[in-house]
Ligand binder design. Structure first.
Ligand SMILES: [Zn+2]
Length: 363
């Protein structure tokens, strides 16, 4: 995500905070000042937010480290004003695994809340009359901070377990449904419920809390996107890479110049090229890289080709294409046969075309 500040790594996972997070801190201080707070109360509210987001990071680590148990990596955890996001390579497809990954986050907050219950004198608070209690809980102190942190963790658990897919509760719902029906059908139901709840959140947010509006949009778009993705992956099921790959591709050599590549780009519809050297795949020329470096017409292919490319097997399952796109953030892959010989390439345009044809067959 652009505009994110790195906070370092935990268990090999990058932790980033988005710049908009500072707006949250400014907002909290502003609210406190408007209420007539002083430096102490402002300090307490800011520390409360920082500790709360530490709990959010631990929540996301709960998801990420459980996913790791199922061999799914996590690129990073990003903190936004509305919460945290763990960028998992993918969600496990087995329902019992998804269930565990989804529950692991809220479970962390349950543990934190239980630990806080041991030190927060909740019984004393409950025994006090309302006026004294209010006075105590508005005065900045460590005990007050811990009390609000306890409440916040309980709320985190409750809020995350609302079955608004793709929030944790929605994922739990999808996983539970997927025990009894196909993943596509389960996702469809969970996503529809998620989008309905998002509309409700949106309306409530307009009246009560701007953060709820943001969360609603986040849920609505997320539910739509994931539902589409699962539907597409389902359509690809049972097909091989061979069925959707480009077989007529133009290959280039490492000694070709930028001028030659640009001529090729303009002469046809191909946007990315496979670089072949002595019959071996030496690299890939991505469209973006060609455009970025196009000013230097004398540049040789070997100097701007990507060598960290990924290949797909002709006989491999086509549905791995989307996994690869999500994981590698690339949309073009050379395709080889079992002997490693270049047979063609596969890209997003072609897979989309394949999906369109499949869709019209169903409809
Ligand atoms: Zn979560």
């Amino acid at each position: 995500m652009k505009g994110a500040l790195s906070l370092g790594k935990v268990a090999g996972i990058k932790i980033e905070v988005h710049w908009t997070f500072t707006l949250l801190l400014i907002w909290v201080v502003y609210l406190d000042m408007r209420r007539g707070g002083d430096l102490n109360s402002a300090l307490m509210n800011v520390s409360l937010i920082l500790f709360l987001f530490l709990c959010v990071v631990l929540h996301e680590l709960g998801h990420a480290l459980t996913a790791r148990k199922f061999n799914i990596g996590t690129k990073k955890i990003t903190l936004l004003p509305i919460g945290g996001v763990a960028s998992l390579e993918k969600m496990p497809e087995k329902p019992q695994q998804e269930l565990l990954v989804a529950l692991a986050g809220p479970a962390v907050n349950v543990v934190i809340a239980l630990l806080l219950l041991l030190i927060v004198p909740l019984k004393t608070y409950l025994g006090m009359d309302a006026e004294n209690l209010e006075q105590l809980l508005t005065a900045p102190s460590i005990n007050t901070l811990l009390f609000y942190l306890l409440i916040a963790n309980i709320m985190l658990v409750a809020f995350n377990l609302i079955p608004a897919f793709p929030m944790d509760g929605g994922r739990v719902l999808r996983a539970l449904l997927a025990f009894r029906m196909s993943r596509a059908k389960a996702t469809d139901i969970a996503a529809t419920l998620g989008q309905t709840l998002a509309v409700i959140f949106f309306v409530m947010g307009l009246f009560f809390n701007p953060f709820l509006v943001l969360i609603a949009l986040f849920i609505f778009i997320g539910a739509y996107g994931e539902n589409q993705m699962v539907k597409q992956t389902t359509l690809l099921e049972g097909h091989l890479v061979r069925d959707a790959m480009l077989t007529h591709i133009t290959t280039v050599g490492p000694d070709n110049t930028m001028t030659q590549i640009i001529d090729l780009l303009l002469a046809g519809t191909e946007k990315d090229f496979v670089v072949v050297d002595n019959g071996q795949i030496a690299g890939v020329l991505f469209h973006k890289e060609i455009i970025n470096r196009s000013k230097n017409r004398e540049l040789l292919v070997r100097d701007f080709m990507s060598t960290g490319f990924h290949i797909m097997l002709e006989e491999g399952p086509l549905k791995e294409f989307f996994d690869l796109v999500a994981r590698e953030k690339q949309r073009f892959f050379p395709v080889v046969n079992s002997d490693g010989k270049l047979m063609g390439a596969i890209d997003m345009t072609n897979v989309s075309e394949f999906l369109l044809l499949k869709n019209t067959q169903i409809a």
